[in-house]
Design a protein around this ligand. Structure first.
Ligand SMILES: C[S@@+](CC[C@H](N)C(=O)[O-])C[C@H]1O[C@@H](n2cnc3c(N)ncnc32)[C@H](O)[C@@H]1O
Length: 312
């Protein structure tokens, strides 16, 4: 064993401690925050692919007045009352809370591909696709590709040979889905943000004059959903839909549990803002699409009125 003097040992220990402190400081400044965010999202059970950091945008203060939460609550209550023939409001709230606790969307696959949806809404979407017979389904938020693959399967089953799913995501975790023959036949993936003006205009040109159905399932922060509603709403054909998904995040009865989302302003807030705008007035909330009660999209099934002014 080599003989170190006490002085050499002291110098060695001091150097080791200094290097550890400096490395720890660098880690805290650079790597700790993303690691912490990833761990927090695992703990919260959100295992979507990590998204690149969003560019902060100034808030439009005029859209976020003090009465907004009251309006959200009132509209949520009205929606539940409108469905009262099926189940009382209290039972609906209880059922929704229990359904949400199951976190069923975390454990679903379609043809072996992860799909992150409420299966009751997926079933209703299949009915909507049948009713609309769209040339294009625009989907924001692809993730692993399970939902795009499912829409492709429905289009294929309907014999809509030329119909396409245009799906957009800032991540590209859909390679496995993209190997499937149905994907290759019916799906086109756009890698980027759903609100990127270039993507919006490219898609706008592709779908002009066609039968178009839209599903918004990307970033559920209110302002992003509002931007998506403004960008893709005008592309929806009369009698078809733009579905603002996961309005349950900021509607009752779950808002209190999920208020982490942009301070409680999510898709439901965006829907109410949009319906007040000129383009939004072309749409109405179609509550018949909520007949299963266990929907994650209360008030989010927006049907474009036909020229007669009716959504029918
Ligand atoms: C809930 S997941 C989509 C789930 C998928 N539709 C399904 O049912 O399997 C949300 C996705 O939105 C994506 N996303 C987040 N911000 C986005 C943006 N600005 N534009 C496009 N996609 C975005 C995320 O990367 C994530 O993959």
């Amino acid at each position: 064993m080599s003989a170190y003097t006490r002085r050499q040992l002291l110098v060695y220990c001091t150097l080791t401690a200094a290097v550890t402190v400096i490395a720890g400081g660098i880690f805290a400044e650079t790597a700790y925050q993303p690691v912490r965010e990833t761990v927090v999202s695992w703990i919260r059970g959100d295992d979507s692919p990590p998204a690149p950091a969003a560019t902060p945008r100034p808030r439009s203060a005029d859209l976020r007045d003090s009465t907004t939460l009251a309006v959200l609550s009132r509209r949520s209550q009205e929606i539940m009352e409108a469905r009262e023939s099926q189940l009382g409001v209290d039972k609906q709230k209880e059922l929704m809370s229990l359904w949400h606790e199951l976190r069923i969307w975390q454990n679903l696959w379609y043809l072996g591909i992860r799909i992150q949806k409420n299966p009751m809404d997926t079933w209703m979407m299949q009915q909507v696709i049948y009713d609309v017979q769209p040339d294009f389904i625009i989907e924001t938020g692809t993730a692993y590709g399970g939902s795009a693959l499912l829409w492709a399967h429905v289009l294929n089953g309907l014999g809509l040979e030329d119909s396409r799913v245009l799906t957009i995501d800032i991540t590209d975790y859909n390679q496995q889905a993209a190997e499937q023959p149905l994907w290759q036949k019916h799906v086109q993936f756009f890698h980027g943000s759903s609100t990127d003006p270039e993507i919006v205009s490219q898609i706008g040109e592709m779908v002009a004059g066609k039968k178009v159905l839209v599903a918004l399932d990307s970033n559920h922060a209110g302002e992003h959903v509002l931007d998506e509603l403004r960008a893709y709403g005008p592309m929806v054909s009369p009698g078809s839909y733009i579905v603002a998904e996961d309005t349950n995040l900021d509607a009752l009865p779950l808002r209190e549990e999920l208020a982490h989302l942009d301070g409680g302003y999510g898709p439901m807030w965006a829907v109410l803002q949009f319906l007040d705008e000129e383009d939004g007035q072309q749409f109405e909330q179609d509550l018949t699409r909520e007949n299963f009660v266990l929907t994650f999209n209360p008030g989010g099934w927006l049907k474009r009125k036909t020229s007669t002014g009716s959504g029918q």
